[in-house]
Design a protein around this ligand. Structure first.
Ligand SMILES: Nc1ncnc2c1ncn2[C@@H]1O[C@H](COP(=O)(O)OP(=O)(O)OP(=O)(O)O)[C@@H](O)[C@H]1O
Ligand SMILES: [Mg+2]
Length: 200
């Protein structure tokens, strides 16, 4: 039971089609590859680029991307610390279900707080791989892919990571990629890491 469990009479129904059977069919294991970094660091770009490489080789994959999730499952949440925490908790639980389904999940969320990422690590155990997209604030801001930094600097967006809300770097990510440039090299490196991690 956790602080979130309000349904104590619910009993887990065990599937006969197990995770192991799904993984054997897929010819790889399920796992979560959690891309974290500042806005504009390249999480979405890398996650989708690597997914393309994996998909072409018949890996079963899915990308959970920040903006898309916030349109639906987490549309009721804002960007306060408390709501960011709940956002990441829901995504962590969802990622775990995907892993049970034998899927390679690539997530692209800023996920600025160490404690939130560590909670997902607890939820997913050894299936969790943290990938730090390391890119300086200056470079992210100069890219300003979505025009959000400009708006945050103008005071139009509150709680903006890197400007008015902190980003806590991972201490010991499973993989760190320098995403200031050389996209293809980064993508190749992440692809190789994932392929090795999910090999049966
Ligand atoms: N090595 C690299 N890895 C990833 N992206 C790179 C790299 N070099 C340059 N880029 C560029 O940086 C930009 C990254 O934008 P992207 O939308 O992927 O960031 P993000 O981390 O998903 O941001 P947000 O949190 O706002 O969604 C893209 O325009 C991409 O082409
Ligand atoms: Mg993104």
């Amino acid at each position: 039971m956790t602080e979130h469990d309000k349904s104590s009479n619910v009993v887990w129904h065990h599937a006969t089609v197990t995770r192991v059977r799904r993984e054997q069919m897929n010819k790889h294991s399920g796992a979560v590859f959690w891309f974290t970094g500042l806005s504009g660091a390249g999480k979405s770009t890398l996650a989708h680029d690597v997914e393309e490489k994996l998909h072409r080789l018949d890996y079963r994959t899915f990308v959970l991307d920040g903006d898309n999730v916030r349109h639906g499952l987490c549309a009721d949440l804002s960007f306060t610390d408390e709501d960011r925490k709940e956002n990441i908790r829901r995504i962590g639980q969802m990622a775990r279900l995907y892993v049970e389904a034998g899927i390679i999940v690539l997530t692209a969320f800023i996920s600025p707080f160490k404690s939130d990422r560590d909670n997902v690590r607890k939820i997913c155990g050894s299936d969790f791989h943290e990938i730090y997209c390391k890119c300086s604030l200056a470079v992210c801001e100069s890219r300003d892919v979505k025009g959000l930094y400009q708006r945050a600097r103008a005071g139009e967006i509150s709680d903006f990571t890197g400007i008015s809300s902190p980003y806590e770097e991972p201490d010991a990510p499973e993989l760190e990629v320098d995403t200031e440039s050389h996209l293809e090299e980064c993508s190749e490196r992440v692809f190789k890491y994932i392929a090795a991690a999910v090999a049966l």
